[in-house]
Design a protein around this ligand. Sequence first.
Ligand code: PNS
Length: 161
Amino acid sequence: MKRTECIFPGSFDPVTLGHLDIICRAAGMFERVYAAILHNPEKNGCFPVPEREEMLKACCAGMRNVEVVTFPGMLWELAQRLNVHVILRGFRSGGEAEDEIAMARLNAKLLPGTETVFLPCEAELSCVSSSAVRQIASFHGNLHGLVPGIIEQKIREKFGY
Ligand code: PNS
């Protein structure tokens, strides 16, 4: 069981500065960070998984101990496959605690030995979420401060502005 590695799971639809804040801080604490795009093959997101992967990889290219993976299933199964039992989640606010703690307990039941650790995001990023980015993009709004410049460009291309 590797305790020096962690999985940072998410939908990353699309990656935001909030995700990157957590990934960057995790990369300074763990030997390896798996930034894992979890997806349900029966559900379509806004960005197809290969596009999400390409965007996340572009953002993580400078972090040598961060590996981007995609997985069409449940988190416990990915953790088992990678033999990584530390899951990292970011907190934007206390309001997220209930759901996050329930998910942590479920994952510990599904794969005993799994620990979930939480990092609070930087205060100025607490309003940033992928769903807010998608909504703003659908109205052709300004994404500065929410996503990196290279991602803003991709989003603008997709939403035609
Ligand atoms: O970026 P998000 O939407 O907050 O990420 C949520 C995600 C993908 C981490 C979560 O929905 C997840 O783990 N999905 C995979 C299914 C699973 O293992 N669920 C947890 C126990 S039911």
